[in-house]
Design a protein around this ligand. Structure first.
Ligand code: HEM
Length: 512
C-alpha cells in the first residue's frame, strides 16, 4: 500500500478520535460540578484546609441535607466531591469502576512520603498499581500464605493474654488500647520483615511509624501552595523531613538484613539459627520488577511500601478491635451470647488452655456478626481514601472533573436508616438473617468499611481473620466488665483512624 495513503488514513483516524474526545470533553464541561457552598477562590480554600475530615463531617451532613447526596467543597487547589449515597457509590465504584479508580496526583508532602506515588494506595490506576497490588494479594494475603503466619498469630495472642493477665492482677482497671496496638504491630512487623525482632526494635519501628501517622493532618497543610509553605512553615517541613529520615534509619537496616539473608540462602550458605524460614513482604518486594519502568524497586520505595503495609494493617485493625471490645463491655448480654456460642461449639475446656483456633472461626456465625456490626457502627475510616476520575465525566447530571478528588462517606452509608433499622444501636443479630453478608458490595452496597470495587482494601480478609481470632480469644479467656465507677464512652476522635475519644478502660477477670 502506498505510504501516502497510510499517512492520510492515520491522520483522519487521529482527527476523528480527537473530535470524539473533544466533544465528550466539551459536553462534560457544560454540566455544573455538584452543588456546595459558595467558592471564593483562595479564601474558601483557606477556610476548609484547616479542618480535618472529622470536622468536615457535620458540615457535610448539613450540606447533604440541603443539596442532596453529592456535594462539592473547594479544599486547597482542587474541588473535592463527596458522595454519601450507597446507590451512587455502587454506580461509581462498581458499575463505572474503570473511570473512578484513579487516585489524585500527589501534592508536595505526599510525594515525599509516597516516593512519588510508588505505593499501592496512592499509585495512579495503571500498571505500577496493578503490579504492587497483585504482589501484596498473591504473595502475602493469599489464604495459603496467610496460613503460614498462624504460628506467629498464636504467639502474639499468648503474649497479649499474658500481658493483660499480669496487668489485671495488679490493677482494677486496664487501659487496653496500647496492648492492642502493640499486638497488631508485632504481627505486621513479623509479616513484613520475617523475623521475631527484639522488643526494643519493634518499639522503635512503632515510634517512627506513629510519629508520621499522627502528624498526618499537620503535614497535610504543607501540600498546598508548597512554595509559600516552604517559607512560612519551614519548621514543619523540616520536621517532616526529619521524621522520614528517622523512619529510613530504622527500616533500611532491616531491609538490608533481609537482602543479605536471601543472598545467603540463594548461595546455599548457613543461616542464623533465629532466622525464621517464611517469605516476608520485604522478600517479595526485593524480587519485584516494575513493568513500565523495567527496573527493580529502590530502597526508598521499599521503605514506603513497608510503611504502607504497617500503617494499613495495624492502626485500622487495633482501632476496630477497641471499638468492638468496647461494645462487648457496654452490652454484657452480647458478650455472654458470644461466650455461649464459643462454649457450645468448642466445649467447656475447663482446666486446659483455652484457645479458639483459626479453623474454629468458621463455626461461629454470631462472632462474625459481632465483627460486622462493629465495622458498620464504628468504621475505622469514615471516608475511603480520596479517589479521582481518569477523565472529566458526567455523573448523576453533574461534572466530576479529572483534577478533583472524589470521596465516599463510609460512616453515613453504614448508618443509613433506610437500610439499617435503629442504625446507631449495636445489634449483631441484624447480620444473622443474611445468607453470608457480602462485605465487598459487588451486587449492592449496604455498608463499605473496606471500600468497594477495584480499590477495595486488599487486606480485608486478613483484617477479618485478625479481628475474629482476637475477639474470640479475648472474650473466652476473660470476662470484660466496666470498672467500678467507670463507664464506656463511645465518643469519637479523629486520629489517622476514628478512635475512641476516651480510651477503653476495663476490669478483667479470667474465665477459668
Ligand atoms: C479493619 C481493618 C482495615 C480497614 C477498616 C481497612 C479499610 C480500608 C479502606 C477504607 C481502604 C480504601 C479503599 C478505597 O480507597 O476505596 C483501604 C485501602 C487499603 N488497605 Fe485496608 N483496611 C484494613 C486493613 C488492612 C490490612 C490488614 C491491609 C494489609 C496488610 C490493608 C491494606 C490496604 C491497602 C494496600 C490499601 C490501598 C488499596 C488500593 O489503593 O488499591 N488494609 N483499606
Amino acid at each position: 500500500m502506498e505510504a501516502w495513503f497510510i499517512i492520510v488514513v492515520s491522520l483522519c483516524v487521529c482527527v476523528l478520535i480527537r473530535g470524539i474526545f473533544f466533544s465528550l470533553h466539551t459536553k462534560a464541561k457544560t454540566f455544573p460540578t455538584p452543588p456546595g457552598p459558595l467558592n471564593i477562590p483562595f479564601i474558601s480554600s483557606l477556610l476548609w484546609i484547616r479542618k480535618s475530615f472529622a470536622e468536615l463531617e457535620p458540615i457535610l451532613r448539613a450540606l447533604l441535607a440541603k443539596h442532596g447526596p453529592i456535594v462539592t467543597l473547594h479544599i486547597g487547589p482542587r474541588p473535592a466531591i463527596f458522595i454519601a449515597d450507597r446507590a451512587l457509590a455502587h454506580q461509581a465504584l462498581i458499575q463505572n469502576g474503570v473511570v473512578f479508580s484513579d487516585r489524585p496526583k500527589a501534592l508536595a508532602a505526599s510525594k515525599i512520603l509516597s516516593s512519588n506515588q510508588h505505593n499501592i494506595s496512592s499509585a495512579a490506576y495503571g500498571a505500577t498499581w496493578r503490579t504492587l497490588r497483585r504482589n501484596l494479594t498473591s504473595e502475602m494475603l493469599h489464604p495459603s500464605r496467610a496460613r503460614s503466619f498462624s504460628g506467629i498469630r498464636k504467639w502474639v495472642l499468648d503474649t497479649l493474654l499474658t500481658r493483660l493477665k499480669s496487668e489485671s492482677e495488679t490493677s482494677h482497671s486496664v487501659r487496653v488500647v496500647d496492648h492492642f496496638q502493640y499486638a497488631m504491630f508485632c504481627l505486621l512487623v513479623f509479616m513484613c520483615f520475617g523475623e521475631r525482632l527484639h522488643d526494643d526494635i519493634v518499639r522503635d519501628i512503632e515510634r517512627v511509624q506513629r510519629q508520621l501517622l499522627l502528624g498526618f493532618s499537620r503535614f497535610n497543610v504543607l501540600n498546598f501552595w508548597p512554595s509559600v509553605t516552604r517559607f512560612l512553615l519551614r519548621k514543619r517541613w523540616e520536621e517532616l523531613m526529619r521524621f522520614r529520615k528517622e523512619q529510613e534509619d530504622v527500616l533500611v537496616p532491616l531491609i538490608r538484613a533481609r537482602k543479605e539473608k536471601n543472598l545467603k540462602q540463594e548461595n546455599g550458605l548457613k543461616l542464623n539459627p533465629n532466622d525464621d524460614v517464611v517469605v516476608s513482604y520485604v522478600d517479595t518486594l526485593l524480587d519485584l520488577e516494575l513493568p513500565e519502568e523495567k527496573r527493580k524497586l529502590s530502597e526508598d520505595e521499599i521503605v514506603t511500601l513497608c510503611n504502607e503495609f504497617l500503617n494499613a494493617g495495624t492502626d485500622t485493625t487495633s482501632t476496630a478491635l477497641q471499638w468492638i471490645m468496647a461494645n462487648l463491655v457496654k452490652y454484657p448480654h452480647v458478650q455472654e451470647k458470644l461466650v455461649e456460642e464459643i462454649t457450645r461449639v468448642l466445649g467447656e475446656k475447663v482446666g486446659e488452655k483455652r484457645e479458639v483456633k483459626e479453623e474454629d472461626l468458621q463455626k461461629l456465625p454470631y462472632l462474625k456478626a459481632v465483627i460486622l456490626e462493629g465495622l458498620r457502627r464504628h468504621p475505622p475510616g469514615h471516608f475511603v481514601l480520596p479517589h479521582a476520575v481518569s477523565e472529566d465525566v458526567v455523573f448523576n447530571d453533574y461534572l466530576v472533573p479529572k483534577n478533583g478528588t472524589v470521596n465516599f462517606m463510609v460512616a453515613e452509608m453504614g448508618w443509613d436508616p433506610k437500610v439499617w433499622e435503629d442504625p446507631m444501636a449495636f445489634k449483631p443479630e441484624r447480620f444473622l438473617n443474611d445468607e453470608g453478608f457480602d462485605i465487598t458490595g459487588s451486587k449492592e452496597i449496604k455498608m463499605m468499611p473496606f471500600g468497594a470495587g477495584r480499590r477495595i482494601c486488599p487486606g480485608y480478609t486478613l483484617a477479618l481473620l485478625h479481628l475474629e481470632y482476637f475477639v474470640a480469644n479475648l472474650v473466652w479467656n476473660f470476662e470484660w466488665k466496666i470498672p467500678e465507677g467507670g463507664d464506656v464512652d463511645l465518643s469519637e476522635k479523629q486520629e489517622f483512624t476514628m478512635v475512641m475519644k476516651n480510651a477503653l478502660q476495663v476490669h478483667l477477670s479470667p474465665r477459668i
